[in-house]
Design a protein around this ligand. Structure first.
Ligand code: ADP
Length: 264
C-alpha cells in the first residue's frame, strides 16, 4: 500500500481521458520530520548550557561581583558548561562528517591489534582515575582490515569510554579482539571487537534505540557525566561505512557487552 497524499500532476491524455500521477511522499515527510526533530534537539541541547552561562554572567556582574568565593565557584560551572557546548559542537561535526562519508568505502590498511593497543593506552589514565581495570586480550600478530584508522579509533574510544563511564562501577572493562569463521549477521568471515563491562546494564526497552541521535538510556546520568547523546550514533555510522554491525547485549545488574563486527 502506497501512502499517497498529494496529487503530483493532472494532465489530459489522448481520447479525452485524464491522467493523474501520484507521488509517494511518505518518506519525504518522514525525512522532513526527522530533520525538524534533529534541529529541535540540537537547539535544546545548546540552549541549556547557554542559559546557564548567561545567568552566571549576570550574577557575576551583579550580586557576586565582590564575592571572590562565589566568583570562583561560578567560573568553574561556566567552564564546565562551555566544555559541554564544545563537546556537543565537536560531536555534531563528527556526526556530520561520518554521515557524509558513509557511502565512501574506506580503503586504508588498518592493523586492528596495534590500533586497539594504542586506543587503550590513551584511555588508561581515565580508567585509572575511575578505579577501573582495563584489560585487552588480542592476538600478537597484526590483524589487517580495510578501513579508516581515525574513524575506527573513534569507535573504540567511544565504546570503551562509555564502558568506563556507565559500567565502571563493576571495576573491570574487558576488551577483546577475535577472528570468527563466519558471523551470521554479516554472513561472512569476521573480526569481533568486544567491549564488556560488569556495570548496572541497560534496560531492554532502551536497547533498540540506543544508537539514535540524542537517545539516552538514563538522561540524568548521561548529562551528569557530560554525555552529548551522540556517541553511539557516530559509532553506528562509522560501522555502517565499514559494512559491519554493532551488537549490544545487556543484563540488568550484570553488565553490558558491545560487539563491533567487521568483515574480514
Ligand atoms: P552519551 O553521550 O549519553 O554517553 P551515547 O550515544 O554514547 O551517549 O550513549 C547513549 C546511552 O547509552 C547513554 O546515555 C547510556 O544511557 C547508554 N550506554 C552506553 N554505553 C553503556 C554501557 N556500557 N552501560 C550502560 N549504559 C550505556
Amino acid at each position: 500500500v502506497v501512502h499517497c497524499r498529494y496529487v503530483n500532476g493532472i494532465g489530459a491524455v489522448q481520447g479525452g481521458a485524464v491522467m493523474v500521477t501520484f507521488m509517494d511522499v511518505t518518506h519525504v515527510e518522514h525525512a522532513e520530520q526527522m530533520r525538524r526533530d534533529f534541529v529541535a534537539n540540537v537547539s535544546h541541547e545548546l540552549r541549556t548550557p547557554l542559559t546557564a552561562l548567561m545567568g552566571f554572567i549576570e550574577t557575576l556582574r551583579g550580586p557576586a561581583r565582590d564575592d571572590s568565593q562565589a566568583r570562583d565557584r561560578f567560573l568553574k560551572i561556566m567552564d564546565d558548561e562551555s566544555n559541554r557546548m564544545n563537546r556537543l559542537v565537536g560531536d555534531l561535526l563528527s556526526l556530520n562528517r561520518v554521515e557524509s562519508e558513509e557511502r565512501v568505502r574506506p580503503k586504508e590498511e588498518v592493523d586492528l591489534t596495534a590500533q586497539l593497543a594504542s586506543t587503550l593506552n590513551s584511555i588508561r589514565p581515565l580508567a585509572e582515575s575511575a578505579g577501573v581495570d582495563l584489560n585487552l586480550v588480542a592476538p600478537k600478530a597484526p590483524l589487517i582490515v580495510a578501513g579508516d584508522p581515525d574513524q575506527l579509533q573513534q569507535v573504540f574510544t567511544n565504546l570503551i569510554e562509555n564502558a568506563i563511564k556507565y559500567g565502571g562501577s563493576g571495576g573491570i572493562v574487558d576488551v577483546s579482539l577475535t577472528q570468527v569463521e563466519r558471523d551470521p549477521a554479516i554472513r561472512a568471515p569476521a573480526i569481533h571487537i568486544q567491549i564488556a563491562d560488569k556495570g548496572p546494564g541497560i534496560d531492554s526497552v532502551h536497547l533498540p534505540r540506543l544508537t539514535e541521535r540524542f537517545y539516552r538510556g538514563d538522561n540524568h546520568r548521561s548529562r551528569e557525566l557530560g554525555g552529548t547523546g551522540l556517541g553511539l550514533a557516530i559509532v553506528k555510522h562509522i560501522i555502517n561505512r565499514h559494512r559491519g554491525r554493532l551488537r549490544i547485549e545487556s543484563k540488568l545488574g550484570q553488565g553490558t557487552v558491545f560487539t563491533v563486527i567487521l568483515p574480514r
